[in-house]
Design a protein around this ligand. Sequence first.
Ligand code: HEM
Length: 575
Amino acid sequence: MQTNLSQPSYIVAAVSFVCYLVFKRAEPSEPLPVLSLLLGVPALLACALAWFSLLPAYQYATAIPVVFASHWALLLSYVLIYRLSPLHPLARFPGPLPNRISKLWMVWVNRKGGQWRHYYALHQRYGDVVRIGPNELSIRNVDAVLPVLGTSGLPKGPFWTNRNPKGSTNALIMQRDPVEHARRRRPWNRALSTASLKDYEESIVLRSRELLDALGKRQGQVMDMSMWMTFFTFDFMNNMAFGATSELMREGRDVNGVWQIIEDGVKFTGVAFLVPWAAPLLRMLPTSVQALLQLKSFAQTSAERRLERGCEKKDLFYHLMDEEGHETVRPSQPVVISDSLLAILAGSDTTATSLSVLFYFILRHPEVYKRLQTEIDLAFHTEGEGKEEAEDPVDFAKMAGMPYLNACINEALRLYPAVLSGVQRQIIPGSGGKMIGPFFVPEPANMFIHTYSIHRDPRYFSPYPNSFWPDRWLPSSHRVDFIGASSKVSASAQSDFVHNTAAFIPFSLGPNNCVGKNLALLELRAVTCHILHRFELSFGPSEEGVWEMEKWEERIEDYFTVIRPPLNMVLRSRK
Ligand code: HEM
C-alpha cells in the first residue's frame, strides 16, 4: 500500500506535532496563545481540508469534530510518549508512572493535603532523588542543599512566575530575577536587621500580654490553641507591618473575615503550586475574584490609615517606604502595599503553625514540658518566690540564651517545618544543567529539597529521627536520653548520635531565604515563655470527638503552607 502524505490524517498528525513543539519550546500560559493552539489551529485545519477538497463531500459535516478530537488526542499522545521516553532529560531519575506523566496527578493526591506524606514515602521507596513531575525532582540529600538553595544556588522556579493581571504589583517573594530580587530585598533586610528587631520587641510583649489576657478570660474552657496562635501572629504582624491595631485577640474571633479569606486561599495556592498554568483560571472563579478584591482592599485601607497617621514608630512600612532615604529611587506605594501584605501573609500562618506544633509536642511529652517550664521559671521568677508578682518574660537576650527553650523550638521546626515540602527552584534555562551535590541535573528541571524528608533522615538526625527529642540540640553533657527509648537504644544513643545542622532548613537558605527568620524566633520564644509561665496546659477533647488530640499531627494538611486541625487545649492559671 502506498503512503499518501496528502491524506488528511497525515496532515493533522503533522500540524498537531508542530503545535506540540510550540507548546514544548515556548510553554505558553497566556489564554490567547493556548486557546489558539488548542482551538484555533484545528478549526482552521478543518476548514482548509474542506476547502482544498481533501475530504469526501459526505465527510464535511463530521470534519470539524473529527479534526478537533484527533488534534487533541495527538497532542496528548506526543506529550505522553515524550514524558515516558528514554529521551526525556529526566528519564534516568526514578519516580512513579503517574507523576512522570503529569503534575495533575499530584493535584489529585493532594486533594486532602497529604503531599508531605506522599513525598516522604516516595523518598523511602526510590531514594534521594525522585521524579515527582514530568520536569520536576524532589531531593533529600544534604549535599544538594547548597547547590539548590545557597548563595550560588538556583533561582526561583516557575511557580513564582507573575501570572497576576497586567498592571498589578508583584510582592518580593514573586521576584524570580535574582538581580531585581536583590534590589527589592534591600529594604526588607534593613527592616529585619538585628538593630531593627529591637523596635518590634515592645510590640511582641504587648501582644503577648493581650494573648494572656484573652486566654485568661477563657481558662477552664476548651480552646483551639492553633486558632489563638493565628490570632496572635495576625495581630502582631498587622501591627509590625502597618503599625495598625487588629482586634482578633480582643474579639476572640475573625472580626472582619480577613483571616478566613487567607485560609481559603491556602488551598488555591496549593493547586497553583502544583500546576502553575492553572493559576489564571483559578483566579477567574467568582470566589477567588471576591477574595482577592477583599484582600486588596484590606491592604489598601491599612496603608491609607498608616499614611494618614504618619510614622509613630519604625514599622515595616517605614523601612519599605525607605523613609530614611537609603535608595536613589524610592519604592512606589503599590510596591510597598503589596510587600506589607506579603509580610502578613508570610509571617502569620508560618509562625502560628510553628507555635501550634511546639505546644502540641510539649503536651505529648510531659517530661519535656516539665523541664521547659522549670527553665522558664528559673529565668523569670514566678509569683510567691518572695515576690508579689511574677516576672514578665520581656528580656529577649535572656530568652535567646535559654538552651532548652531553643532546643524545643528547633525540634518543633525540624519535625514540622511550616513550609513542609520546601520551595521550588529551577535549573537556569540555557545553562545545560548543573551538578546538584552528587547528581547531575539537566535542564529543563525544577526541583525542591523536600524539607520534611531531609529533616527526618537518620543520616542527618539520629537517633530517633521521627521523635520529638529536643536534647539532640544540647551539648552531650546536658543531653538526657529520649524517655520512650528502650535501654538498648539508649545505651547506644551517644555513639550513634548524628546531628547535621546543614540539613536543617525550616527557613530555607541563601539569598531568597526567609527574611523574617529572626523575627519569627523572637515571637516563638516570647509566646512560649509567656504561656508556660502563666498557665498549665492540657489537651481538650477533639471537636468531632472521633480522633484523639494525640493524633493531631497526622491531620496537618500541606498546600505549600499548611492548614492545621483544631488543637484543643484547656488552660488553667498556675498558682
Ligand atoms: C516559623 C516561622 C516562619 C517560617 C518557618 C518561614 C519560612 C519561610 C520559607 C521556607 C520561605 C521561602 C524561602 C525561599 O524561597 O528560599 C520564606 C520566605 C519569606 N518569609 Fe518566612 N517563615 C516564617 C516566618 C516569617 C515571618 C515572621 C515573616 C515576616 C516578615 C516572614 C517573611 C517572609 C518573606 C517576606 C519571605 C520571602 C523572602 C524572599 O523571597 O526574599 N516569614 N519563609
